[in-house]
Design a protein around this ligand. Sequence first.
Ligand code: BMA
Length: 854
Amino acid sequence: MLSVKTKCCLVVQGLLYGVLAVELIVMQPCKCQRDPYFRFNDLLYRWIALDNWTYTTTFTGSPQIRIKHKVLLIFDGVDTVASISLNGIILGKTDNMFRRYDFSVRDLLNDGDNVLEVSFFSPILYASKRWKAHSSYTVPPECPPDVQKGECHVNFIRKEQSSFSWDWGPSFPTVGLWKGVRLEAFDILQFIQLSSLPLYNHSCSQWRLQAELLVDVVQTFDGKVELSIPELDSKQTFQMRFLQGRLNYNFTLNINQSRAVKLWWPSGHGDQPFYLLTVRGFLGRFLILSKESKVFFRTVELVQEPVVGSPGLSFYFRVNGRQVFLKGSNWIPAHSFQDQVTPASLRNLLRSTADANMNALRVWGGGVYEQDLFYDICDELGIMVWQDFMFACAMYPTEDDFIQTVREEVAQQVQRLKSHPSIIIWSGNNENEAALATNWFSIPASLKPMYIKDYVTLYVNNIRQIVQEEDPSRPFLVSSPTNGAESEQEGWVAKNPYDPRYGDVHFYSYVLDCWDWKTFPRTRFASEYGFQSWPSFSTLQSVSVQEDWSYSSDFTSHRQHHEDGNQQMLQQAALHFILPNSTDPLKRFTDSLYITQIMQAECVKTQTEFYRRSQSEVIEGKGHTMGALYWQLNDIWQAPSWSSIEFGGKWKMLHYFAQNFFAPVLPVAFEDDDTLFVYAVSDLNRGLKLRAVVIVHSWSDLDSVCTLTSNLLLVSGGSAVAIFKQSVAALLAGCGRCTRLTCLLTFHLQNEDGIQQGPNNHHFLCSPKDAQGLQRPNITAKVQEDDSGFTVTLHSAAVAPFVWLDLGNIPGRFSSNGFLMVTRNVTISFDAWCPTSVAELSRSLTVTTLMDVY
Ligand code: BMA
């Protein structure tokens, strides 16, 4: 392994992974110009993946290894197409980055030097070669849109699909060893994997743990396996025959019924307890295997059943018998170079997920099956994972060798991941049903049946079949979006997989006004929706130079991979905001970044609130919405995208908003015709008596105009109900000197003791660009430190919308940001992720409000 001194300046290491490529490393002074992410380097480094590369290393063997009966050379991840040889003898070839490969090497090892060589074929040339060879019919799409500056035919190679570019990411088709390589030597058996599934038998109210042991046995023998969970007083011993070769052995441990089993719950619904399972193997009296692993108990079902008042089917998750609303986002690869994803960065992103009151993430099918630590942290934090298989936005070939490598990939990944309670569903692909159904690739109607046949072959007859065999404990969905059971009825490809009355929906519209909730589909489950924004200036600054800092620079358009994306953001923002027009070019640029973040935060807030408040209603057959996963949580590089967290971990305004709009108890306001409604949404497991408090403010004055209060209403757990209703005209008339242009509303919920429940929320009665009376707030800020950390106290002279605190590159997050300030003073805390000081924070802090860009 390399020792990496300055992370940002390893040129080729980034592209080729660090494992064996020692001779390729060029250390540069840390100006970062050689960082693959710097400016246009993605284009400058394009040649690297067009070339073939050989990684060579020499290691010393020893007689202690060779006296063992079997020696395996194990590659946990080879990216992607390679020929592997040891001491000049070819061990085998690889073609799938998502598989582990091992080779039996005992008889090839020397006691002295051994030369290991991994020769990689260019992934781009390989994909193109496979595409050419597939001459009988095309397997679209051929190439990504030009705006993505990517490579073609990624669907022909089992590699991270977004590594050939995506609409939020660069093309860095990595080449190398992306996971560990090691020798394992053994005499009796080699332990490969232990997995476990909790199964609950309703008829006798008993938990069973199905444990699976994957081992490679040198010679058949009779032995004994003992399974125990001491804390649950449960233990069983199995006499058995271990057969020569690599095999899976299944055991069922019945859990002692006199013990109360503590269940794993999604975040917000309970704790995430685990037990320790011990597995020991014996040959006679000799202990030949001893493993311990965490086990969790929970059940999950995907409920698709008739809905009263609707022709469709429900689509929601029931965990431990309880209906759960999924709140969260979609996860993409955290870096183009997976070896750069550190445990700390992973933990930070997932912590930020849970801190924003999310309980779910979808691991999207164009990336990678994430590393073990990702799922460990999700288990620990109660984040439910919707796990896609890695196929996205394309048709795929179905030749024998392709299917075979996919089968092995799927079996290995399911075995590796199935013990994680956080994973609540497997899903075959991203948007491929929709691509076929709505003909993204202009396939002639006469050929459609053939593509459907390929689709069914891959996802149903192979992937689904393996998953169902390997894992009876979770639902499997063929695609997303899909109509689920209805798609199955229609032969796996529904006429309209976006039908809001069935399954899940992906919905994007950049031109329609996102403040108008009527534009959103009232779906059963919104698994993707979103709007782009730009990351903050400090994030962009690290990979750009001064000439890049304008909204119309080459850099700005280079980083935008979604056609017209930069314009769409401004157009959507212009519906409600005055666009930045400062004569100072840098200020105009940073103001533009800020306004795109406001636009995104407000849009996703409106849409998410619409989904959350639609959970208890069925209107015209639609509704009973039970999931809101916006697109997308994180970023792969420093660029405009749909993410709520910037590359590097900094929260965008959207992520701060998410913390509120995903709060367990939430007030939501909206207008229908001229009537204002406030809904109370509760994800709690118990009822609450709540009232809505609606405060009318004038844009021009920090003293509020009037306050209206609803009656108390019992809001049951897991429901959304209207708690306040009044015509806007009547409300304003009752408030004296208010009009839609001069006033705005804030509101919150209160329990019977007058204690606020859930966050404050706001509702604008006009676009802020039309608001009358907005003043410059002249905000002053004071940073302080006490025992609990840093605080920033703000003082404002006027109502200030979208107050944005920015500390540049200082890592950390505020307790709240991007908020509407309707009081003279507010104190915010800052959670610093690295040591810092009051002086440093005071020096770096900037405060921006909407008036600053006007
Ligand atoms: C969805 C995703 C991604 C994409 C996103 C934004 O459809 O599945 O493919 O990045 O939209 O366009």
